[in-house]
Ligand binder design. Structure first.
Ligand SMILES: Nc1ncnc2c1ncn2[C@@H]1O[C@H](COP(=O)(O)OP(=O)(O)OP(=O)(O)O)[C@@H](O)[C@H]1O
Length: 786
């Protein structure tokens, strides 16, 4: 962070002097108290003298002690070994070193403890001198020797407020020279492994499920391995993960700095968890994020953000590589597997969006285009027009992530070849619906996974112009982040969220109802000491941020009586009625055809009779002529003519009947068409109502069609998250909601004109150089750490 840390440093060499004072005063205290009780008159000079004598005696005693030590060292120091082992035992008790450090770590710890163990003896007489054990570490081994920590009067990071334990409230315990920072109080709504016990299983959380608890941001620190570049530059390790919670930062004076030579400065920090460089991605995920994913499934919002200097390992932690996927990938996998396990008790839908904040503009990474605007609505701060994808499988999400990462702005810096110059936020919204008797239970949880841009100072990037602007903007947002953290810690009423886009989007995570985790990434190199110190300082501050007690799940219960189910039923009934009407219409049409066929047949039948040729042209002419002949009275009363007349009458009747039927069918047709039209309109209206309800309630902008309804119903009946095959192949066009921003915004020329580079640009420009998994089917940049 741009704000300099108030470094509370301790000088190892100085500890001797301080130790001597402390020791001397501690020993002399009873005498002083005794003297104070003595009568004042005539005793002052005498007391002073006695005191001087005592001090002298004590000094002598320690001289002897020192000589004894030297002698015992020469003789093999059997007795001292015994004493030391006792002290080590004591020290181990105090440190409460819970972790089972490896063989190597154990060795370092021993050296550490030995250094502390000998301090009282050596420190007394050698003011401002480092104890013999606190020599400079070898470059090859990267073993850090720890000097005794500072005395209490040197601490500035003491307990601030009740309950807020700062990083270094090191207490003098059994062994006076060793002070151990107390672990931060565990979050009451504990997410560290106990969430499963505290939170009810999915489906059991009812409305207003309450846990009266206070919440605070959990802070983890992750140390990355030393990079090849750093090794080549001859850097040494300045960070030590002492145990599962403690980090010790050491600053070595340069060889030319005679004033501070041998005065090794150090500082202890304590976090919810500290990950050494050997920690796997899975370990980081399970400790930091797994419980948040569980919470999201139960309707609680969760945020994880990685903070640290450029090249400290933020993107590695968040995205990882193909071989070692990071938090984002592991969280998505976990989410889908959990949803699958619970598919029997409801319907889950997963939607995601991916955006970046670059130079104070918000961009959609999945559908790049024009900048998005932030606005506040019921759900909090949202980016208007951001694409929300409905995802059905992990593979689909992976593809979306890869696509988004290619669009992310990157640039090489001095420290990191493919440095992310923007803050990236992946948001996953999980919606759960189930029927509970007559009620529909809806639960919505949002998981935000954030990879922040490097918090380096301008020097670290060694760039001018564009990089300087970027740096200024990155720093602006991170400065605002630090201001917000400060304001939240100090309990101020006004929190300056609006000062940057990043803090606006993080508003919920920092000060809202959200389970928030911060992963502070640090480099071990002493060349990055300043950045590491800053990162640890802000991580330490962030520990104190209290988020609102998040006791109730984002859950809603809808009465089925007048709800979606009712509408769905009505729709079904109407559809049924429609199909019945259609059937009726088809039958009538069939009937009409039959009648017409009969008519035709009857019309043609007179041909079979021996009719005078003049009468046999067409049925109509026949009829006319017959009529005429009858009217004229010139008709012969023959059997043939009688039959003809009867046939004609029959035909006439049939024709009338046909005409009546035709008219009737036409009428029915019209009526049915009208009815169908009305019903279609009604259905459309219902659908619109339903869609607007959905939009208001869940911001689900899908357009519901009868087909989708049927699909949803069948999915619900199957009781699992189904994945239509077309969604696997190309989810993007189908799921895309935002069309406005697409107009001309995605052109590479526009991006180039903006002076912004994305990973896809990097991929096209320098295909050989890029070993990044982000640019290939993978996730994060891959750079060898040797
Ligand atoms: N824990 C780790 N184990 C192995 N390699 C790591 C680890 N952390 C980081 N690295 C490597 O260090 C390099 C820099 O890491 P990364 O890109 O994640 O840094 P960053 O903090 O995101 O930097 P920037 O802010 O500039 O984007 C990468 O090559 C990455 O693979």
């Amino acid at each position: 962070m741009p704000v300099a840390t108030r470094s509370r440093v301790t000088a190892a060499g100085g500890c001797g002097g301080d130790g001597a004072q402390a020791w001397g005063s501690a020993s002399a205290a009873p005498a002083l108290r005794h003297d104070a009780r003595a009568p004042r008159e005539g005793a002052t000079i005498h007391n002073h003298h006695r005191l001087k004598e005592k001090l002298h005696a004590l000094t002598l005693l320690h001289e002897q002690h020192k000589q004894q030590l030297a002698a015992s060292e020469a003789r093999g120091a059997a007795a001292r070994q015994h004493r030391r082992s006792i002290r080590l035992l004591n020290a181990a008790e105090i440190v409460n070193d819970e972790n089972a450090e490896g063989e190597e770590g154990g060795e370092v710890a021993m050296l550490h403890h030995n250094a502390f163990a000998l301090v009282p003896e050596t420190a007394v007489l050698r003011e401002n001198m480092a104890p013999p054990q606190a020599r400079a570490p070898s470059k090859d081994s990267h073993v850090v020797l720890f000097a005794p920590p500072a005395e209490p009067q040197e601490k500035e990071n003491v307990v601030g407020r009740a309950g807020n334990i700062m990083s270094c409230p090191i207490k003098k315990a059994v062994f006076p020279a060793l002070r151990v920072p107390r672990a931060p109080p565990s979050r009451k709504l504990s997410l560290g492994g106990t969430v499963g016990c505290k939170l009810k299983a999915a489906g059991e959380v009812g409305v207003g499920t309450a846990e009266v608890a206070e919440n605070r941001i959990l802070v983890f620190v992750r140390l990355r391995p030393m990079s090849k570049k750093e090794e080549e530059a001859g850097s040494t390790s300045c960070v030590k993960i002492v145990n599962k919670k403690e980090v010790y930062l050491t600053e070595y004076a340069s060889e030319n700095d005679y004033l501070r030579l041998k005065r090794v400065r150090g500082r202890h920090f304590c976090f919810d968890s500290a990950f050494p460089d050997s920690t796997t991605q899975a370990e980081v995920y399970s400790t930091s994020t797994a419980d948040l994913v569980e919470g999201v499934l139960q309707g609680r919002n969760g945020t994880v953000f990685c903070y640290g200097a450029t090249g400290a390992g933020k993107t590695y932690t968040m995205l990882g590589t193909m071989e070692n996927p990071g938090i984002m990938v592991l969280a998505i996998k976990d989410l889908f597997s959990k949803v699958r396990q619970r598919s029997h008790d409801g319907n889950h839908s997963i939607q995601l969006s991916y955006l970046e904040i670059y130079n104070e503009t918000v961009r959609d990474l999945l559908s790049p285009g024009r900048p998005l605007h932030l606005r506040e609505d019921k759900q909090g701060i949202v980016a208007a027009g951001l694409t929300q994808y409905r995802a059905y499988s992990t593979d689909e999400v992976m593809k979306l992530l890869q696509r988004g990462n290619k669009n992310r702005t990157t640039e090489p810096t001095r420290v990191n070849e493919t440095s992310s110059r923007s803050h990236a936020i992946l948001q996953v919204v999980v919606e759960y619906r189930s029927m509970d008797g007559v009620n529909i239970v809806t639960r919505v949880g949002k998981l935000s996974l954030i990879d922040l841009a490097g918090s380096e100072r301008a020097m670290a990037t060694e760039q001018r112009t564009q990089r300087s602007i970027e740096g200024a903007n990155i720093n602006r947002s991170l400065l605002t982040l630090s201001s917000c953290i400060n304001a939240l810690v100090e309990g101020k009423k006004h929190i300056p969220y609006r000062n940057s886009k990043l803090t606006q989007l993080l508003k919920d995570s920092l000060g809202g109802s959200c389970n928030t985790v911060m992963v502070a990434n640090i480099s071990p190199s002493n060349l990055s000491y300043g950045e590491t110190q800053n990162t640890l300082h802000w991580a330490d501050r962030a520990k104190e941020i209290k988020t609102k007690a998040f006791t109730t799940a984002n859950e809603e219960v809808l009465n089925v009586a007048y709800s979606e189910t009712d509408q769905a039923k009505l729709l079904l009934e109407l559809q049924k009625e429609n199909s019945v009407l259609r059937e009726q219409l088809a039958k009538l049409q069939q009937k009409l055809l039959t009648v017409q066929a009969q008519t035709l047949a009857s019309n043609t039948s007179p041909k079979q009779f021996p009719v005078p040729s003049s009468h046999v042209s067409t049925p109509c002419s026949t009829q006319r002529k017959v009529k005429r002949s009858i009217l004229a009275g010139n008709c012969l009363n023959t059997p043939d003519s009688k039959r003809l007349a009867a046939d004609n009458t029959k035909v006439g009747e049939l024709q009338r009947k046909v005409r009546t039927l035709e008219a009737e069918i036409e009428k029915m047709k019209k009526e049915h068409l009208l009815q169908l039209k009305q019903k279609d309109e009604f259905i459309r209206e219902l659908i619109n109502r339903k869609a607007s309800n959905n939009h208001e309630e869940t911001c689900d902008r899908r357009v519901v069609t009868r087909a989708s309804l049927r699909k949803a119903q069948s999915n619900a009946s199957a009781g699992e998250l189904k994945s239509p095959s077309h969604r696997f192949t190309s989810p993007a066009p189908a799921a895309k909601k935002r069309t406005f921003w697409d107009i001309g915004g995605n052109s590479p020329s526009i991006l180039a004109a903006n002076g912004r580079k994305t990973r896809s640009h990097v991929a096209t420009e320098t295909p050989k150089k890029v070993s990044s998994m982000l640019l290939q089917p993978g996730f994060a940049r891959q750079r060898a750490i040797h």
